[in-house]
Design a protein around this ligand. Structure first.
Ligand SMILES: Nc1ncnc2c1ncn2[C@@H]1O[C@H](COP(=O)(O)OP(=O)(O)OP(=O)(O)O)[C@@H](O)[C@H]1O
Ligand SMILES: [Mg+2]
Length: 260
């Protein structure tokens, strides 16, 4: 029952999450496989963001937040006493719905975390930053204005910048909470292509309301409903042959509506 799965980048066993004594998610049992994209879908308020934030201990300071059960990242229980949260932050990067750029230059945004976490690499910052910009297909668009404020970039460029900023610390895992919901179709497509490329080196958990996107980019799917994992499994199977009628209703009816 409490076996650690070798290919699980992240895993919960019998986990429950509550705010102020009120359970939001209960009886969570799942594993997220290495170097795959796992989509997390479900109605608004079903706990998708809470789940992601729990996986990188981002809710530690939220008053009334409580977790129970086993929550492992890379085989280690991340809520164990004495757990090094800074080590976890280097392992797990997070990308938010609205591009989170700092009021600094394009270059400074990307080297921000490096300055704090890898100061000894100072002489290599320019090279590492260039690699990260190239990885998110942003280099050609920014190489001549690296020291201009990041705020001059379009939203889609800002989101790629935010992803580049997460990548410089070489996290094994990327948690993305609706990364394309504030973007136009072209920028969304660019991020989707980027996700497909990134999964060759990273494990990705992607929260999305866009079911066609989940179908296109997620290898596995977790469907949250009424505070539980209603169903999970390979994305193709979930869409083609869901086990529960509510899954069919949510995935298939909503995907049809997106195309209507
Ligand atoms: N800081 C908080 N304090 C108390 N309750 C919270 C807090 N954050 C979230 N909740 C509650 O937990 C539940 C799940 O919220 P969460 O933001 O995880 O949902 P979600 O699935 O991400 O929704 P959406 O699709 O709208 O982003 C909701 O009922 C929400 O009101
Ligand atoms: Mg959310």
């Amino acid at each position: 029952m409490n076996k650690i799965s070798p290919l699980a980048a992240m895993e919960m066993q019998g986990a429950s999450i509550s705010y102020n004594g009120k359970p939001v998610l209960e009886g969570l049992d799942f594993l997220i496989s290495e170097k795959k994209v796992t989509g997390i879908v479900g109605p608004s308020g079903s706990g998708k963001s809470t789940l992601l934030r729990t996986l990188c201990r981002m809710n530690d300071r939220v008053p009334g937040f409580h977790v129970q059960g086993r929550i492992r990242v890379g085989g280690k229980d991340i809520y164990e006493k004495g757990m090094d949260v800074y080590h976890l932050r280097r392992k797990v990067g997070m990308v938010f719905q609205s591009p989170c750029v700092f009021p600094k230059s394009i270059f400074e945004n990307v080297v921000f975390a490096l300055k704090r976490l890898r100061p000894h690499l100072k002489n290599e910052f320019a090279h590492i930053a260039e690699q990260a910009f190239r990885e998110v297909f942003l280099w050609e668009e920014v190489k001549d204005r690296l020291h201009k404020p990041a705020s001059i970039l379009s939203l889609g460029q800002q989101q790629r910048l935010a992803i580049a900023r997460s990548l410089v610390i070489q996290p094994e895992i990327l948690l993305m909470d609706e990364p394309t919901s504030s973007l136009d179709p072209e920028s969304s497509e660019a991020i989707e292509e980027l996700i497909a490329e990134l999964k060759t080196r990273h494990t990705i958990a992607l929260v999305t309301h866009n079911l066609s996107q989940a179908k296109r980019v997620a290898d596995d799917l977790i469907f949250l409903r009424q505070g539980r994992i209603w169903e999970s499994g390979p994305t193709a199977r979930m869409f083609e042959n869901p086990s529960r009628p509510e899954t069919r209703d949510y995935l298939i009816r909503r995907t049809d509506l997106e195309f209507a």
